[in-house]
Design a protein around this ligand. Sequence first.
Ligand code: FMN
Length: 173
Amino acid sequence: MKTLIIYGSQYGSTKRYAERLAEMTGIEAIDYRNAKNISEYERIIYLGALYAGGVTGLKKTVSKISPNQELVIITVGLADPTDSDNIKSIRNSIKTQIPSEFYDESKIFHLRGAIDYTQLGLKHKVMMSLLHSKVSKMPESELNAEAKAMLETYGKQVDFVDFTALEQITSKL
Ligand SMILES: Cc1cc2nc3c(=O)[nH]c(=O)nc-3n(C[C@H](O)[C@H](O)[C@H](O)COP(=O)(O)O)c2cc1C
């Protein structure tokens, strides 16, 4: 099947996954900002970093494809990608970002990324600081996976990128 890997990454962890997937499969990987004529591909594997629930570049990429092209979505975020509430919340958010004809037919997977606070741009630093002051006042029983991940990693440099998780995905494609 003629396939293209497209990724949306701001700080590089999603790009690392996309490039490793490209190496493993022999499929070309490109940045979503360079995705022009993608209608010739039968399948698009989209890897996108999560920012406040949004999947970087997904909406823009889906606007360039048609429902007869297969779409695989792989999200990369800091919150535990095996936590069922987190998966539900990511998927509900994806539903609001792309038309239902794509959502209903897509295979969706979730991976864990990385963050380095010394590298964050000002806008992201401010967003994280506001979120941190809100979340740090919440009782532990009310914390979801996203809130827990942010508290555990706040201000740090952490890397949860795990290429072995890609093997599980390729076996299901
Ligand atoms: C402002 C901001 C918002 C974020 N929002 C989420 C989120 O909603 N869910 C999540 O799991 N991770 C979230 N993250 C963590 C990123 O998804 C994670 O760092 C990811 O690996 C970044 O990918 P990239 O390096 O390809 O840009 C957020 C990070 C920042 C800085």
